[in-house]
Design a protein around this ligand. Structure first.
Ligand code: TMP
Length: 213
């Protein structure tokens, strides 16, 4: 595909949304066509599933939760991400497959084989070209998330759950060093953006001319 899929991952309150806005602006100022999107979400139906999974009317089992994320992802990939990549866009996606690996497997206890099956069913062969993993002490992230408003069903989970997530994201980065870059999310906002942009440079050089606005 002519475009690039760049995903932003990490625990709660890591500053991913702020960075996606900043990185998107920086890439657009270089003449690139950029799509900013998020998971769960990115289509009207996937946004409805987001509302459901973040505040479920009754507790969802880890497998039910994983299936909702997979359904939202299948819709998002087919209707938004793949068409944008076909047109040569740089797609900046707030969370993707690694969140399911971390939250539903390391956090929720599902078998990684089941997670990978869902990944294949929802994404086919599509993989992120690059994944930025935001790392910081979990207490800092939860405090930042708390300042944004009332806790959702994920933020409310115990510290041991959030600690497993942090370790899971670091493990993914260690297992797939060509795809993943770990960023220290506790640095100043501008410094985090600089690190991310420096890490993106080699991938951007592979873009075909369709990616230029
Ligand atoms: P956020 O966009 O505010 O981070 O909210 C999304 C929440 O959903 C967040 O707590 C992480 C969680 N999540 C999963 O558990 N699995 C997934 O596959 C995705 C995409 C998100």
């Amino acid at each position: 595909m002519p475009g690039l899929l760049i995903t932003f991952e990490g625990g709660e309150g890591a500053g991913k949304t702020t960075q996606i806005a900043r990185i998107g602006d920086a890439l657009e100022s270089q003449g690139l066509s950029v799509l900013r999107t998020r998971e769960p979400g990115g289509t009207p139906s996937a946004e409805a599933l987001r509302t459901l999974v973040k505040s479920p009317p009754s507790a969802l089992s880890p497998m039910a939760e994983a299936l909702v994320f997979a359904a939202a992802r299948a819709d998002h990939v087919a209707n938004v991400i793949k068409p944008a990549l076909d047109k040569g866009f740089v797609v900046l996606c707030d969370r993707f497959i690694d969140s399911t690996r971390a939250y539903q497997s390391a956090g929720g206890g599902l078998a990684m084989d089941d997670i990978l099956t869902l990944e294949h069913l929802s994404c086919g062969d599509l993989k992120p070209d690059l994944t930025i993993i935001f790392d910081q002490p979990i207490e800092d992230g939860l405090a930042r998330a708390h300042q944004r408003g009332p806790q959702d069903s994920f933020e409310a989970r115990d510290l041991a759950y959030h600690q497993r997530l942090r370790q899971a994201f670091l493990d993914i980065a260690a297992q797939e060093p060509d795809r993943c870059q770990v960023i220290d999310a506790s640095l100043e906002v501008a410094a985090v953006s600089e690190h991310i942009l420096a890490g993106l440079r080699p991938a951007l050089q592979t873009l075909t001319p369709e990616g230029q606005a």
